[in-house]
Design a protein around this ligand. Structure first.
Ligand code: GLN
Length: 477
């Protein structure tokens, strides 16, 4: 099965001429064509782009040239990252017909390696959600169980990798959107340190939290993709070059912190068992397990996140005004348009989905005079406390381990009626974004009814390589 290989295995197969890039791309496109009707991972396919990129790499191989590790390897891209000339919707009616006018920096970097772009994947509208049920174009289903959600907001990307529709994918993570769907779909997801990867060409949700990262089958694959897309970019002033390269990983020297706050009442017993079992395995392999405390992490982080994130959302999404680009309302007899204000109100009212409107209203409210101090300022103080808690914990531990989510993938429709229930799905993932840290989610077992469970490794800033090496080590165990 060509479609279930890792990046390294696919690269080897290409170099040894066991199959050509063109064959590979066609195998994936055929599979998507046949099976994506049930899953709906993709919003847009780019077969012309994929085939021309494959041909170019096949030419290099037939000339006997050495190829970069990602050359000829098919990937899927979350439809909130721009690929020049390809529709980019952010799963919103507002951008339904928007054609990206340039490549995001991550795309440019992957193109320079000869990567093969299969298409753009479904997501919660503007990346707001934890189930991919908030897309304006339809829901994505979990390949492990079609009656369940794939997680979100990068649910299309995670489902694409889990279903064998692409070797790897790109997602974005503002409050868990790479890690939580990776955990629900039984694959690997890396949220890099804030600033490690350029955000240029990523449609903004909450700019102080957003990061692009890889969704892959293995930790080794995540490392390859991370290395290809990271680094300073002059087009994103918050991006930096990490000076930390390899840290000389030795399991016996590693102190792994376990925060008690992450084993909460009401979490799924299979998840708890599986994560504790994983920690035991690491201990048996020689790691030192230490108790750490992150007192502001779980509930306070979630509360702060749901103040700070909507505040930034309300500012970032002000640009969709029905004038500059995107959906513009045309008046009719029921709702006539007679002035500029009508254009704004109707375009935004009709273009944005419910969850997006809810967050814009919430953000506008908490930023308004009189409420700013009570909510936004307070949330920023909590954010500082969370950063402090992590700094303290990282004095005692090199890496922190937690579950990625309190439950496995839930049923479609189970949480979409009550936003608070849905927000609680993010309880273990948002603190990492507020503190700007890197974190990796990888599979650590299954529930009694066969649903994947995810384990999260949180690292110090710019220590992606340490959590990735630990991930590779854990996979071998
Ligand atoms: N589930 C979170 C939210 O709804 C995560 C979003 C994200 O990381 N893009 O905000």
């Amino acid at each position: 099965m060509l479609e279930n290989l890792t990046i390294t295995q696919t690269h080897d197969g290409l170099v040894k001429k066991e199959f050509s890039c063109l064959e590979l791309a066609k195998a994936f496109l055929d599979k998507i064509e046949k099976l994506d009707k049930k899953i709906f991972a993709f919003l847009t396919l780019t077969p012309d782009l994929a085939l021309s990129q494959s041909k170019a790499v096949d030419d290099l191989i037939s000339q006997g040239r050495e190829i970069p590790i990602l050359a000829g390897i098919p990937l899927a891209v979350k439809d909130i990252i721009m690929v020049d000339g390809v529709r980019c919707t952010a799963a919103s009616k507002v951008l339904e017909n928007y054609i990206a006018p340039y490549d995001a920096t991550v795309i440019k970097k992957l193109k320079s390696q000869g990567a093969v772009f299969l298409g753009k994947t479904n997501l919660d509208e503007f990346a707001m959600g934890a189930s991919t049920e908030n897309s304006a174009f339809g829901i994505t289903r979990n390949p492990h169980d079609l009656s369940r959600v794939p997680g979100g907001s990068s649910g299309g990307s995670a489902a694409a990798v889990a279903a064998g529709f692409s070797v790897y994918a790109l997602g974005s993570d503002t409050g868990g959107s790479i890690r939580q769907p990776a955990s629900f779909c039984g694959i690997v997801g890396l949220k890099p340190t804030y600033g490690a990867v350029s955000r240029y060409g990523l449609i903004a949700m909450a700019s102080s939290l957003d990061q692009i990262g890889p969704i892959t089958r293995t930790a080794a694959d995540a490392r390859i993709v991370f290395e290809a897309i990271s680094g300073k970019d002059e087009k994103d002033s918050t991006s930096v070059e990490s000076k930390i390269k390899d840290l000389g990983f030795k399991i016996k020297d590693l102190r792994i912190g376990v925060p008690e706050e992450y084993f909460i009442k009401g979490m799924d017993p299979d998840v708890e068992k599986s994560v504790k079992n994983a920690i035991k395995k690491l201990e048996d392999a020689g790691a030192k397990i230490v108790d750490v405390s992150l007192p502001n992490n779980t509930e306070n982080a979630l509360a702060a996140y749901y103040i700070i994130m909507p505040s930034e959302v309300s500012a970032n999404l002000a640009r969709y005004d029905g004038m500059k680009y995107g959906y513009s309302a045309v008046g009719n007899q029921q709702s006539a348009i007679s002035n500029l204000s009508d254009v704004y109100l109707q375009s935004r009212g009709q273009g944005f989905g419910k969850e997006v409107r809810r967050r814009i209203m919430l953000g506008t409210y908490v930023l308004s005079a009189g409420y700013y101090e009570a909510y936004y300022l307070q949330a920023q103080k909590v954010r500082t406390k969370i950063i402090d808690d992590f700094s303290k914990a990282f004095q005692a531990a090199d890496v922190i381990v937690t579950p990625t989510a309190p439950t496995p993938a839930f049923k479609l429709g189970e949480k979409s009626k009550k936003s608070l229930d849905m927000y609680l799905a993010d309880i273990f993932v948002t603190a990492v974004n507020l503190a700007g840290l890197p974190a990796l989610s990888l599979p650590c077992g299954k529930t009694a009814n066969g649903l994947p469970i995810g384990l999260q490794f949180i690292g110090k800033q710019f220590e992606e390589r340490k959590i990735l090496e630990l991930g590779e080590f854990f996979e071998k165990l």
